[in-house]
Design a binder for this molecule. Structure first.
Ligand SMILES: C[S@@+](CC[C@H](N)C(=O)[O-])C[C@H]1O[C@@H](n2cnc3c(N)ncnc32)[C@H](O)[C@@H]1O
Length: 240
């Protein structure tokens, strides 16, 4: 079972798959999109590896990939995980983070308890969200993670706007809560951070990079923005 002390190895699980492709027949009452989803899950080596190692979600491998590249977890003491359900990223934070770190995760959904993490069921977009989060955090954060995503509507433009709104809310929150030198990681969509959002990140962080971890599906337009070296309140430029 993945947890504190277990190894969060990022050996590419695709090397384990032996090229067998499971086909799923369409069944009465099942939509074509559901059949495709099922087939993809059954053939996804990251899904199999997550199950084998006890991770709650294949997305755990995305955070491992980000951390392997940018080393964001080892030294962070206070960490916020926005959109934390079912808890895959939180498992990786607990494994790789320092022993005395504090991890606070929030989500619209309930999250099964995890040793070393505290979870709150809440909506980041709610009026009192930031206040509640800051009270629970009890001090400035070193790292704000956001893997928040809306349930896909299938309408590309709508999904894009919704995801970017979540990213913006996460960045707004990060700018208020991060300690100088802190880091911010958020899920974005290709083309989504080219404008004001990216400019705000560049003004407020020493380093801003886009990164697509191996575990992020190639066909997905998802990628992650990683911003390090928060300049602090003095360097905090308004989002105007
Ligand atoms: C891709 S999942 C996160 C997976 C998680 N990183 C893991 O490894 O288990 C995206 C999550 O974002 C959450 N979410 C979407 N909008 C949100 C909001 N406004 N406030 C809090 N959570 C939100 C969803 O409920 C969903 O559980």
């Amino acid at each position: 079972m993945a947890g504190r002390g277990s190894k969060g190895g990022t050996r590419d699980p695709r090397s384990r798959s032996r090229g067998k492709h499971v086909r799923v027949k369409t069944a009465r009452g099942r939509k074509l999109s559901s059949t495709r989803w099922l087939e993809r899950q059954l053939n996804d080596p990251f899904v199999a590896e997550a199950r084998r190692l006890g991770y709650r979600a294949r997305s755990a491998f995305k955070l491992m990939g980000i951390d392997d590249k940018f080393q964001i977890l080892r030294r962070a003491r206070r960490i916020v995980d926005l959109g934390a359900a079912p808890g895959g990223w939180a498992q990786v934070v607990v494994e790789r983070g320092s022993k005395n770190m504090k991890l606070l995760g929030i989500d619209l959904q309930d999250i099964e308890p995890l040793e070393g993490a505290e979870f709150l069921k809440m909506d980041l977009l709610a009026a009192d969200a930031e206040e509640r989060l800051m009270a629970a955090l009890d001090g400035p954060a070193d790292l704000v993670l956001s893997d928040m995503a809306n349930a896909a509507t299938g309408h590309k433009q709508t999904d894009h706007l919704k995801t970017m709104a979540l990213c913006e809310a996460a960045l707004d929150f990060a700018l208020k809560v991060l300690a100088p030198g802190g880091a911010f990681v958020a899920k974005v969509l290709v083309g989504g951070t080219e404008s004001q959002l990216l400019a705000t990140m560049k003004q407020n962080f020493a380093v801003v990079r886009h990164f697509k971890p191996d575990a992020s599906r190639q066909e997905s337009s998802e990628l992650y923005v990683v911003a390090k070296g928060f300049k602090g309140a003095a360097g905090n430029k308004d989002r105007g």
